[in-house]
Design a binder for this molecule. Structure first.
Ligand SMILES: C[S@@+](CC[C@H](N)C(=O)[O-])C[C@H]1O[C@@H](n2cnc3c(N)ncnc32)[C@H](O)[C@@H]1O
Length: 286
């Protein structure tokens, strides 16, 4: 399938115009992949990882130019496909995080597990390590910063990466009490409990007053209510980062709508390229 798409995209005419064929091929490939994925899951759930990685290779290939990605995503017939794809990826991420976090308890994992290349979660961790590195630069995160992270998950990989790379402290929030319990055990096993604390609360109800940096995860929802709560309680000097997606990566995670950011607006961005799935905005009050 990847080769077919590559050929179609390569047939793009020079000078900015493009072959409709490339877009059609991508649309039908994504639809076809979803059908196959549902089949595979029914027959052979353990092949899900392989199936997911094969669609990821296309969505992250950066092969279609901006206008081609737009054509695919705005097509009414693709709306269900987009929602279906996002559901698969977020379910997959939740399962991956939960199973890795549980392994910390069952197998007494420690910091060495974060570098174990044999582990199925390894590429996921590497991806978040790189994302955290980009966000540390974008948010100028450094010594002594107090960070609030909305949507920490059962394996709070972003908080862990911020903590290991800078001497900051992080309060991670999650609406899911079992995610908070599991994440707290992971943080203790990594001996990072002096830097990371988890709270069972939604980002739309938290008090952000005492934080230097606030990071809103891509799966944290409802975005509008979370942003309004941040606007109502955060200090005016707080640096605020919010994750989103662009291009075909919007099939992996629902992008954050600029309307939902109000009273903030993007003032800077770190764009996902290559293997990266998530982009991050740095926000300012409009
Ligand atoms: C899969 S995790 C991803 C985060 C990832 N572990 C990281 O470190 O970047 C997404 C989490 O966001 C949580 N979440 C969703 N909406 C939220 C909200 N309004 N406030 C806090 N957490 C939320 C979900 O319960 C889920 O555990």
């Amino acid at each position: 399938m990847l080769a077919k798409i590559k050929d179609a995209v390569r047939s793009r005419k020079p000078g900015g115009s493009y072959e409709v064929d490339a877009v059609q091929t991508l649309k039908s490939s994504i639809r076809g992949w979803l059908r196959e994925f549902d089949e595979v899951i029914r027959r052979e759930p353990q092949s899900a990882l392989h199936a997911i990685l094969s669609i990821e290779a296309i969505l992250l290939s950066d092969m279609p130019i901006g206008v081609e990605s737009e054509d695919i995503l705005i097509d009414r017939d693709m709306h269900d496909v987009v929602a279906h794809c996002q559901r698969i990826f977020s379910d997959f991420e939740l399962v991956l995080e939960r199973s890795f976090a549980q392994a910390f308890q069952r197998r007494n994992y420690g910091r060495e597990a974060l570098a174990d290349r044999e582990n199925v979660t390894h590429s996921y961790l590497v991806r978040y390590r790189e994302l955290a590195r980009r966000e540390i630069a974008l948010g100028e995160i450094g010594f002594g910063d107090r960070i609030a992270f909305v949507g920490a998950g059962s394996f709070p990989v972003s908080a862990i990466e911020y903590a290991l790379s800078t001497d900051c402290t992080i309060q991670g929030l999650d609406v899911d009490s079992s995610a908070v319990g599991t994440a707290s055990a992971v943080v203790k096993a990594l001996q990072l409990d002096n830097q990371i604390t988890l709270h069972n609360i939604g980002g739309q109800a938290f008090d952000y007053e005492s934080f230097d940096v606030i990071v809103v995860g891509v799966l944290a929802k409802p975005k509008r209510a979370i942003m309004q709560r941040i606007a109502a309680t955060a200090s005016k000097n707080a640096r605020i980062l919010c994750r989103t997606t662009h291009g075909l990566r919007r099939l992996i995670y629902q992008p954050t709508s600029p309307d939902d950011l109000r009273p903030y607006q993007p003032a800077g961005v770190s764009l996902a390229r290559g293997y990266q799935t998530l982009s991050t905005w740095r926000l300012e009050r409009s």
